[in-house]
Design a protein. Structure first.
Length: 232
């Protein structure tokens, strides 16, 4: 059984949330009593327990998203498709939606989330499927996909008390292809073709050079960067 939550609003704004979800369930063949019970359970699960008797015309963006999602899961689908479910939501509602998707996944529901906000998808699942112009580019965990892009060096930003001293030492490290020092701020950017060696050797190098490392960040390990590499 399939559930679908579209990006566009398609609410009947003269109905309250419970009436709206119940109406769609009735169209699917559920009895009036079961439709109402299922609607209430779904709306409670999406965080609208206290608002289900309000007309949807007065709902905020987040409440409208949650109403659509309740309609998509009220009939207990085994495969759920949601289109841009996190768009325009405040941080709290976004967190609640992500938790709900993860909960549905643990229950055995196959959840397919379509989104162009790639960093948010990483917070939902580790199993990524990248599509571009109808073509499958890659599938799997982001770190595994990044490993396959071996022709691109890994980029690392480091903030240190003595970036020049650290840069000289890192240039000698096997796999390092370049090191650039920022004009100010104690920052340097490194590119390496051997990230595991870099991470393994860095503590000893930092201690020997007394560089005073303050922050360390891989800047191209995320989904946005991986996608850019694949389409570039």
């Amino acid at each position: 059984m399939l559930g679908f939550c579209p990006q566009q609003d398609a609410l009947y704004e003269d109905l309250d949330a419970r009436e709206f979800v119940s109406f769609l369930l009735r169209l699917s063949g559920f009895s009036p009593r079961e439709a109402r019970e299922r609607a209430e359970r779904a709306l409670e699960r999406t965080g609208l327990k206290d608002s289900m008797l309000r007309r949807t015309a007065g709902f905020s963006k987040g409440m409208r998203q949650r109403t659509k999602l309740a309609a998509a899961i009220a009939h207990d689908p085994r495969f759920l498709i949601v289109d841009e479910p996190l768009s325009g939501l405040d941080p709290l509602v976004r967190s609640e939606m992500i938790a709900l998707f993860q909960s549905l996944g643990r229950e055995g529901v196959h959840v397919l989330i379509s989104s162009h906000v790639l960093h948010e998808i990483e917070s939902v699942t580790a199993d990524i499927l990248l599509l571009h112009r109808g073509r499958l580019l890659a599938q799997g965990p982001v770190p595994e996909i990044r490993k396959l892009l071996s022709r691109y060096p890994h980029k690392v930003d480091i903030r240190a008390r003595d970036p020049r001293r650290l840069a000289r030492a890192l240039l000698q490290l096997e796999g390092t292809s370049s090191v650039q020092i920022a004009p100010e701020g104690g920052r340097l950017s490194l590119e390496t073709f051997d990230l595991p060696r870099f991470h393994a050797e860095l503590p000893a190098i930092a201690a020997r050079e007394r560089a005073g490392i303050q922050t360390l960040e891989s800047t191209d390990a995320g989904l946005d960067a991986v996608f850019d590499y694949l389409v570039g």
